[in-house]
Design a protein around this ligand. Structure first.
Ligand SMILES: [Zn+2]
Ligand SMILES: [Zn+2]
Length: 140
């Protein structure tokens, strides 16, 4: 539960729209991860995610492919993604997951879910903290 005591309903889909899902999230739990695994697996400078309690997560259409990532610690995580378009969907424990960590970019409500904290900052790419000063265009 967040400060207001409410979970937010979210809906999401992969880029090719084969996979769609819905869940409830606590907006206070949106976060950025700067770990090198997230950089590689997201194909970006960092990943933005939010956990959804397992009982709120519902896969509506499609079937993600799952990649099992083994961390340096030996800890394993299931990373689900669309087998057709490659969009990351969630990460979770391998068996009986308590939560599905949804990727913010796949959620329709992503603009309403600003990250509240950053983790693994020791491996952050140095320029990721200052994109505000980079010249901006409204479109490409
Ligand atoms: Zn897809
Ligand atoms: Zn990470």
């Amino acid at each position: 539960m967040n400060a207001s005591g409410r979970l937010m309903e979210v809906t999401g889909r992969c880029h090719c729209r084969a996979i769609s899902y819905r869940a409830s999230v606590d907006p206070e739990k949106a976060g950025i991860c700067h770990c090198t695994d997230c950089q590689t697996l997201s194909g970006s400078a960092y990943r933005v995610s939010i956990p959804a309690p397992a009982e709120t997560f519902q896969l509506l259409t499609g079937q993600p492919k799952v990649y099992i990532k083994t961390a340096e610690s030996g800890n394993q995580r299931a990373h689900a993604f669309c087998p057709d378009c490659g969009s990351p969907v969630y990460a979770s424990a391998i068996s009986d997951p308590p939560a599905y960590t949804l990727r913010i970019g796949g959620l329709d409500q992503r603009a309403l879910l600003p990250p509240r904290r950053q983790i693994w900052c020791k491996s952050a790419v140095p320029w990721s903290a200052s994109i505000e000063d980079i010249p901006k265009l409204a479109r490409q």
